[in-house]
Write a protein that binds this ligand. Structure first.
Ligand code: HEM
Length: 392
């Protein structure tokens, strides 16, 4: 492959996904770019390559899909994520306005009340599953409420987004399993995106207002509500779950947070760097790319290991250390450039409020059994994490 280093590693194999960090180190050592023999694709794992590639949307395009396989031409063209400028701009503008810092400020009070209610309930329980009872329960309540989604059937949200994120990888067992549950949830998801199904005062309806103003069509509005449900749930669930695991396994760091709850937003940001919920996304080269490690031809898939860039020692001091006081600014856990996460204000708000409330009210968090992983082709997260908490 064009004089470039190559590796037999399968980054979608279960043993890789259980603990990818040692393999990331080996992949970074291969140089700025390398080939993944098993899939016949190129890849980058260092911060100095991944971050600029995310920003260079003209060379590393998204319009041919951000998964291993190209876009299915029979399906309608997406309006965000897997689309390039100028077509990307319209949907991004509408979503950006809906998910703005001003909107996040308005949501703060209700998100805070729910964080208080949730943490009180968990302190009363004492022992619980930190994945289902907290990392899933909190975002699955506040975020669909904010969009204006009906309360029944919300468990389908996770099945759907797990499938979508699995589908960015190869046809493997994980995808076969999640496809079944995901497709079973699909019609419910689409029903939820319809104008009639949305609460009048939610974020979903703000998208339809853009249709009323003639900025987008009614059909486009439906397809712009859907990314909320695809990209906004599992990602945040795993971001909260992974950060909780890091805090439970680093009691000194939790102590710092407990003594200084105003570190909560920073601790969540560090959690996203340290154990990124979105580990990888693909791009496609629009032209031949010369790297110092060799040439990547035009029209080739390139896997960007964002989670590896977030642990690259060339960018971060002691990258494998979880440090709630670190300045994690610049991490690529939310991507970078024109596709950088449009929901990051909302995700950060959820993280800040739930970890702030825990820090104030909970003195210690400890694991009572080994956590169980939930493997996914793109996401890193947990199935279960039994914990015990003591009240402050
Ligand atoms: C894009 C991660 C929460 C909606 C992205 C990207 C990443 C990401 C890495 C970049 C994709 C790329 O470059 O191809 C995360 C993480 C989250 C989170 C780690 C939580 C901790 C959310 C939320 C929403 C959301 C809450 C919805 C409200 C989106 C959308 C895009 C995106 C629509 C596509 C943006 C575009 O193509 O312009 N996210 N996300 N995300 N995210 Fe998030």
């Amino acid at each position: 492959m064009s004089g470039i280093a190559s590796s037999p590693i399968d980054p979608f194999a279960p043993d890789f996904l259980m603990d990818p960090y040692p393999a990331y180190e080996a992949l970074r050592a291969l140089g700025p770019a390398f080939a993944l023999e098993r899939y016949g694709v190129w890849a980058m794992a260092g911060y100095a390559e991944v971050e600029p590639a995310l920003k260079d949307w003209k060379t590393f395009i998204s319009g041919e899909g951000v998964g291993l396989h190209g876009m299915n031409p029979a399906l309608p063209k997406p309006l965000t994520l897997q689309i390039d400028p100028p077509d990307h701009d319209k949907g991004r503008r509408v979503l950006g306005r809906t998910l703005s810092p001003g909107v996040a400020r308005k949501l703060r009070e209700t998100f805070q009340q729910e964080a208080e209610r949730k943490v009180s309930e968990l302190i009363d329980k004492g022992t619980f599953d930190a994945v289902t009872d907290l990392a899933e329960a909190y975002p699955m309540k506040v975020f669909p409420d904010a969009i204006g989604i009906r309360p029944d059937g919300r468990e389908k949200l996770l099945a759907w987004s797990t499938f979508v994120f699995d589908s960015f990888g190869p046809e493997n067992e994980m995808l076969a399993t999640s496809r079944k549950a995901g497709l079973a949830a699909q019609s419910w998801i689409m029903e939820c995106c319809a104008r009639d199904a949305l609460q009048p005062d939610g974020l979903g309806m703000m998208i339809y207002q853009a249709a009323d103003d003639g900025e987008i069509t009614e059909h486009e509005a439906t397809h712009l509500v859907r990314p909320f449900l695809t990209a906004g749930i599992d990602t945040t669930v795993n971001g909260i779950g992974n950060t909780l695991l890091a805090l439970a396994t680093h009691p000194d760091e939790y102590r710092k947070l407990h003594h200084k709850p105003e570190l909560a937003r920073n601790a969540f940001e560090e959690g996203l760097r340290y154990d990124s919920p979105v580990q990888t996304f693909f791009r496609t080269t629009s032209r031949k790319v010369d790297t110092s490690g060799g040439v990547i031809p035009a029209h080739r898939k390139v896997l960007l290991f964002m989670a590896s860039a977030n642990r690259d020692p060339a960018r971060w001091g002691k990258p494998d250390r979880f440090d709630v006081e670190r300045s994690a600014t610049g991490h690529v856990g939310f991507g970078a450039g024109i596709h950088a996460c449009v929901g990051q204000m909302i995700a950060r708000l959820e993280g800040e409020l739930i970890f702030g409330e825990l820090a104030r009210r909970v003195k210690t968090i400890e694991l009572t059994a080994e956590p169980r992983r939930r493997l996914n082709n793109s996401l890193r997260g947990l199935e279960s994490m039994p914990v015990r908490v003591t009240a402050a």
